[in-house]
Design a protein around this ligand. Sequence first.
Ligand code: CA
Length: 225
Amino acid sequence: MDQKRILVIEDEKPIAEILKYGFEKEGFEVDCAHSGSSGLVQAEEFEPNLVLLDWMLPDIAGVDVCRMLTERYNIPIIMLTARGNVEDKLYGLESGADDYITKPFDLREVVARVRTILRRFDRVQGIREEKEVVKDGLFVSEQEHMVYRDGEPVELTPKEYDLLIYFMKHPRQVFTRMVLLEQIWGYDYMGDTRTVDIHIQRLRRKTGLGEKLVTVFGVGYKYVP
Ligand code: CA
């Protein structure tokens, strides 16, 4: 397994050092930044798997650093703070933090929380790779040959399924009915192009994609995610 990288953004150097020491001892690679701005730069260069982020930084508020990091990267963030205020905690979590640790902390507890979050994150990433997210609540698992809408399986005929996958793999590309017939039904299919229209209508309704399966008048259809 790859060595996981942790970026510590903490202006109090003794605390940053304790974290660095503790995580390196546990086999992590650790980089420290002592301000919000340097933290953002180091996040770009170091490509951490997780960020430990102090709430009170000298230049940019930790909560703003958190927001900037979550806008740019898909990595878990744990906020560190001396405050025990519940409102701050909620504010921190709303800004995109995955967890919250109050100072003074027990190093072993921080390590345990980090491991838990990284495990959870890896698992979610695994699911994402397996199932392609189309829109809120719609997952397609090619491995299972199944489509889920809001967690419930969508009953699709094999051709409806093939059509959906075809559109998803070619977003924003316009296909004529003839091309879709050839691609999904095969060259020797004897039916007419209305077959495509009927299948598109059913797909729109069953998947909830609706008008994301766009009719391009005089041409055909395209999928706009
Ligand atoms: Ca601080």
